[in-house]
Design a protein. Structure first.
Length: 239
């Protein structure tokens, strides 16, 4: 079995990779083992060189394209995506960027204009207002509506991981109750923080609704102006 988790960052990719990897007994591919870039050309070259071993899993922030979905389906590999409340995902993105700023952005993350600024800084609000976060939400919508990926919702996974994983596994392969319980326990947020490389930066709060206390009316106005259509298409209420 092979699984690829595709979609934008800070939506629960690492958690889902841990859950599915543990439940199905898959090895995480390390960064140097995955395609060099998140694009079709790199993926095709990687696959042509036989670089995708069986019984492995990785996540990549691909923009949706039918050619990418087709190339992975032909391996074959199962495509999975996870959708998260756009407001919460943005807050998580913001705080992750501050951690990268503290490390001099050695990994070359995007959205550098958000680094080293308070969340309520006018520049952060202006970034939202001009649509700077739109690609992340488009990526989530496109994978979720593509028909080529098994779709999980972060909030449902948080509320009832057993039910959400059983539902998703019906489209991948059945998971035994023992394997399911082991995976859920193994992938608890506190354990992931301690165990995985970079766990403390990848897993900050792992909660639902963080944006309710973090975002100001100015942020919410910017979301309504620039992203209301995408928030609704992803199945969330515009605030």
């Amino acid at each position: 079995m092979r699984i690829v988790i595709a979609g934008p960052p800070k939506t629960g990719n690492m958690w889902l990779k841990c859950l599915l990897g543990r439940a199905y007994g898959l090895r995480w591919l390390r960064t140097f083992e995955t395609p060099e870039r998140a694009d079709l050309t790199s993926l095709q070259m990687w696959l042509a060189n036989g670089r995708f071993p069986d019984d492995t899993i990785f996540h990549q922030h691909y923009d949706y394209a039918p050619e990418i979905a087709g190339a992975l389906a032909a391996v074959p590999a199962h495509l999975v995506t996870i959708v998260r409340d756009p407001y919460d995902a943005f807050v998580s993105t913001y705080y992750t960027l501050q951690q990268h700023a503290a490390g001099n952005n050695e990994k070359g993350r995007k959205f550098t204009e958000l680094m080293d600024r308070p969340l309520d800084d006018p520049a952060v609000v202006a970034f939202l207002r001009r649509g700077g976060y739109r690609n992340n939400l488009e990526k989530a919508r496109d994978w979720a509506s593509s028909g080529h990926a098994v779709v999980l919702r972060y909030e449902d996974l948080s509320h009832d991981p057993r039910h959400e994983l059983r539902r998703a596994s019906a489209a991948i392969a059945p998971i035994s109750d023992d394997a399911l319980e082991t995976a859920i326990d193994y992938c608890r947020a506190d354990r992931m923080r301690e165990r995985t490389k970079g766990g403390r930066s990848h897993v900050r709060k792992a909660t639902v609704g963080d944006s309710l206390t973090q975002l100001t009316p100015a942020h919410l106005d910017a979301f309504r102006e620039a992203y209301a259509d995408l928030v609704e298409e992803l199945g969330y209420a515009v605030r």
